[in-house]
Design a binder for this molecule. Structure first.
Ligand code: SAH
Ligand code: SF4
Ligand code: F3S
Length: 443
């Protein structure tokens, strides 16, 4: 049996693509290994969202190169967004690579590996498929592994937003949605094999249905249809864009029981000038209006967001606006980033870059603010009972299981009699809170 070692950087879309490649390769006789040294094939699924992600990839490949000398039959492939963005450059920089594949070539991974086996010459296979539709066909037969209690389902790929800082529209191409029937079928299949929670994925899920469907339906209608699938216990989606987030979707939150009361809605900055220069096409006020409506319709909803600090031209006062908005929104947690210039994006040409030291300080300041808010919100769970979907074993001493509550807080659970296992939905009384985690006893 041949063995494949898979490494993933970047977002959940990349995680889903890696899973898909594992699945396709499984049907060509490959089994996954967690030891690089044992592998006949190593694939690194890359991300180019920030420079740091790229640096990590280069250093990983530095460590993989000697394995080629030990095992000349080893095939080494780079897949994902760095491949799409800089295919030929990657081969020049790392001539020991056998191939480079883009995110739209995931379905062809088997073909690429065969070609690499048959020929000495390295190759680049990137570009966007010209088909109007986006389909992930079902492969009959066994799954390489059972899906976990929480499973991802890609509903839309690509992004048409072209925020000035972002590489994604260049690495993932134009938006295309998957046919609803294909989605229902995949969700039913996942539930049949043990999934309890489904997380709908896309760079901009709220754009679902705008392109690529024979009978277009909007995102909120898709949610109502998915709700009807028997056995589904929780439904989530990520990522949302404020401009496409509709009132109907707010109502769906209110109406659909399995839709959890958590929303990840990136704002990026709390200043309108900066938002304009980022080409987010909405104002701070519009964002606040949206979340205020959501909060009033869906009591107890928790929010998370993405923030970029140190965008070109961001002044201290503009950064302070972001700090104020963060307090006003009151997210339970956030992803906060220091702006990283991306070659080929409009913002890369903007003047007035913010000094690295200033970016670093702003990032520290905003992380501290978020940590404080997270801690305060965590304390409000003390003594309360929350519903937790058990996903696996906990690393926290004294707590055997871990999972998440609907609001997406990580929860460690004490199960003294060993009654529960991953996939179970339990009630946990919170006795301790720390940082981003809650811990308690199963009732
Ligand atoms: N589609 C999602 C997010 C995709 S990327 C959305 O529009 O919200 C995830 C996050 O990475 C972004 O929300 C943004 O905060 C951050 N990001 C993207 N490009 C970046 C860059 N050049 N520098 C720093 N952070 C960036
Ligand atoms: Fe990037 Fe903007 Fe698209 Fe999100 S919406 S992926 S930040 S271009
Ligand atoms: Fe990274 Fe590509 Fe996702 S750039 S964040 S892996 S879409």
């Amino acid at each position: 049996m041949k063995q494949v070692f898979l490494e993933t950087f970047g977002c959940q879309m990349n995680v889903a693509d890696t899973d898909r490649m594992e699945f396709i390769l499984f049907h060509s006789g490959y089994r996954r290994t967690w030891e690089k040294e044992d592998a006949d094939l190593i694939l690194v699924n890359t991300c180019s969202i920030r420079e740091k992600a790229e640096q990590k990839t280069f250093s990983l490949f530095g460590g993989l190169k000697p394995l080629k000398a030990i095992n000349p039959n080893l095939i080494l492939g780079l897949t994902g967004c760095m491949g799409q963005q800089d295919g030929e450059k990657m081969l020049k920089r790392m001539p020991f690579l056998d191939f480079v594949l883009g995110p739209d070539q995931v379905e062809g991974i088997g073909k690429a590996v065969n070609r690499a086996r048959e020929s000495e010459k390295s190759f680049v296979w990137t570009g966007f498929d010209s088909k109007k539709i986006y389909s992930i066909p079902e492969i009959p037969g066994d799954l390489p592994q059972k899906p976990g209690p929480s499973a991802f389902v890609n509903i839309i790929k690509g992004c048409d937003k072209f925020c000035t800082f972002c590489i994604v529209p260049f690495t993932r191409g134009r938006e295309k949605s998957r046919e609803p029937d294909e989605l229902y079928q995949e969700i039913r299949h996942l539930i049949k094999h043990g999934a309890k929670e489904i997380i709908l994925l896309g760079q901009n899920v709220n754009s679902y249905g705008k392109r690529g469907l024979t009978n277009p339906i909007p995102f909120h209608e898709l949610l109502y249809k998915i709700e009807e699938i028997p056995g589904l216990q929780r439904l989530r989606f990520t990522t949302s864009h404020p401009n496409d987030f509709t009132r109907e979707t707010i109502r769906a939150y209110r109406d659909i029981d399995v839709l959890v009361n958590h929303l990840h809605l990136p704002i990026q900055s709390g200043n309108n000038e900066v938002l304009k220069s980022m080409r987010r096409d909405h104002t701070v006020e519009e964002y606040l209006e949206l979340i205020d409506e959501l909060k009033s319709e869906v009591p107890g909803v928790s929010l998370t967001t993405d923030i970029i600090v140190g965008f070109p031209g961001e002044t201290d006062a503009q950064f302070q606006d972001t700090m104020k908005i963060m307090e006003r929104i009151g997210c339970s947690s956030s992803f906060m980033f220091s702006y990283s210039p991306r070659p080929g994006t409009p913002a890369n040409e903007f003047k007035d870059s913010v000094p690295e030291e200033t970016k670093r300080q702003r990032l520290q300041e905003i992380i501290q603010l978020q940590n404080r808010m997270t801690e305060e919100q965590g304390k409000t769970y003390q003594g309360k009972t929350v519903e937790v979907l058990i996903e696996g074993k906990s690393a926290r001493p004294g707590y055997s299981l871990k999972g998440r509550n609907p609001q997406y807080w990580r929860v460690n659970a004490k199960d003294s009699e060993g009654r529960y296992q991953p996939g179970d939905m339990v009630q946990v009384r919170i006795e301790q809170t720390s940082g981003h985690g809650l811990s308690g006893i199963i009732q």
